[in-house]
Write a protein that binds this ligand. Structure first.
Ligand code: GDG
Length: 473
């Protein structure tokens, strides 16, 4: 029976080493939950890096056995490979260029590109050990852009889907990359290529048209004998999980505590990974503008800002972290009173129950990335608002803004506009909050993660059938 293989850089598992033994616990992020209905069935499996360096052959064998029980198959990477393929190329070329930070952060090093190619080949070799003709392979994200072509060249008779979770930039930005054609050719090994938004699709099609000798007609690219379909599939979340979490007794107790602590204020929540694309400094600037223009709001609002640690050994990220520390310090020092601080800033991650308590308590959720493929936090806030209240302020640069059109949509660079949006949201009448939230909740619940997985997989099999019928004509 044909099987489905999911491939991503990281496996949906947390591997830790205690004494000399490796412990596994499955990490149920949104993607893992959505794809659980697929990779845990029959002979299906998920291929990826287990998340830490395991260099002894015996340890690799024992971890492989343990992972097999969970339908997971590891690709082991050395520290050098992680440094060059993951940090050096994926995060210092693809991430900055795809988020429009080419001139500030992109670092084009030939050695990292070579390693990126080698590691993509390593993933391909692992897949070829298990893939048979007729199987379906769904490759995820920018770390594995070359993989669809590598698999296609070795096994022309499989179905390959590729989904990119981060934006695809305008071709003016993309074509700066020295290895731009190889990257596009890599993706075109897939039968179906998906992005979060129609804008990403549009940018990808113009880059292909401009850089490769292929034919592009509407959203179909013809390359030799093959037709490749490019479409948008906005990713959803497990909405019921967030609704249910907010009703759990322990979460309700935590929510009550938060309410009590901030009882005389409007609580504004923001949650991001530490990244320059998330617009954290610009958001803080908007808060400064707000206090300058509206001194009456001093002591009346609190920004509860969670920044989840990420890559803070890398100089640019460390610098960003230092700048955030400094800016938060300045604002707090300038405006705080004995009983009140304008910003409650946390540089750490929290259990999902605490996030849920915050989501269900915050009067406003303020999400202002400079660029974001989708942004799932915005949808998690909406899914947690069981009483149809609360206001979402959302950057127009997040993919989610194309769906959550009842949010207050802002340009994150326009700090005046963001500060006005905060004033509007804290004064918004309950009836308007409800009208907007009901619409957004319907959207988040209808287009949830199961729906996303289903439409991508259904479309992939339709595309494959279309290709087969073209070949038999
Ligand atoms: C990439 C793209 C795209 C955050 N803090 C904690 C925590 N989180 C969870 C959130 C959310 C996830 O992490 C973050 O997802 P985002 O979508 O916001 O952002 P990226 O990590 O940059 O993800 C993005 C996504 O892929 C999917 O395609 O939307 O655009 O950049 O689920 O809740 N979870 C816990 N503690 C925390 O402190 N437990």
């Amino acid at each position: 029976m044909p099987k489905t293989i999911i491939v991503s850089n990281r496996l949906p598992v947390k591997v830790t080493k205690q004494d000399d033994a490796y412990q596994l616990s499955s990490s149920e992020g949104g993607l893992a939950t959505g794809l659980g209905s697929i990779y845990k069935q029959d002979d299906n499996l998920w291929v990826g890096w287990p998340g830490l360096e395991i260099d002894r052959h015996d340890d690799q064998l024992s971890v492989t056995e343990q992972l097999k029980e969970l339908s997971l198959m590891p690709v082991f990477l050395s520290q050098d490979e992680i440094n060059q393929y993951y940090e050096g190329f994926s995060n210092e070329v693809l991430w900055p260029v795809f988020h429009y930070y080419a001139s500030t952060y992109a670092h084009y090093a030939e050695a990292n590109w070579e390693c990126y190619q080698r590691v993509n080949q390593k993933f391909c070799d692992a897949i070829l050990e298990v893939a048979n003709p007729g199987d379906t392979i769904w490759v995820h994200d920018y770390q594995l852009i070359l993989l669809p072509k590598l698999i296609r060249d070795a096994r022309p008779d499989v179905s390959i889907g590729f989904f990119q979770h981060i934006p695809f930039p305008s071709d003016e930005m993309f074509r700066l990359i020295p290895w731009r054609s190889e990257l596009l050719e890599g993706m075109l090994g897939a039968d179906l290529i998906g992005f979060h938004t129609f804008d990403d699709v549009r940018h990808f099609l113009s880059a292909v048209q401009r850089l490769l000798p292929v034919q592009v007609s509407a959203n179909i690219i013809t390359s030799g004998e093959r037709a490749i379909v490019i479409e948008s599939f906005p990713m959803g979340i497990d909405d019921k999980k967030y609704g249910n979490l907010s009703q759990q007794p322990n979460v309700k107790i935590e929510a009550e505590l938060i309410k009590e602590t901030f009882k005389n204020q409007k609580l504004i929540l923001s949650i991001d990974r530490l990244d320059y694309s998330k617009g954290i400094l610009q958001r803080l600037h908007a808060l400064e503008v707000l206090f300058e223009k509206h001194p009456e709001l001093i002591t009346k609002i609190t920004l509860y800002m969670i920044v989840v640690p990420s890559r803070d050994q890398v100089p640019q990220y460390k610098e960003l972290r230092d700048n955030i520390d400094k800016k938060v310090g300045n604002i707090n020092a300038r405006y705080r009173t004995l009983e009140w601080s304008p910003i409650q800033y946390f540089y750490k991650s929290f259990p999902i129950e605490t996030l849920s308590a915050l989501f269900s308590t915050a009067d406003v959720c303020l999400i202002t990335p400079m660029r974001d493929g989708m942004n799932l936090v915005s949808k998690e806030y909406v899914a947690s608002r069981m009483h149809n209240d609360g206001v979402l302020i959302l950057s127009e640069m997040a993919g989610a803004s194309k769906e959550l059109i009842d949010a207050i949509i802002v340009n994150p660079s326009n700090v005046q506009e963001v500060s006005r949006a905060i004033v509007k949201s804290i004064n918004m009448p309950k009836a308007e909050q409800a009208r907007r939230m009901v619409q957004m909740r319907q959207n988040v619940s209808k287009f949830n993660i199961s729906h996303w997985v289903k439409i991508f997989m259904d479309r992939l099999s339709e595309v494959k059938q279309m290709q087969r019928s073209m070949q038999t004509r």
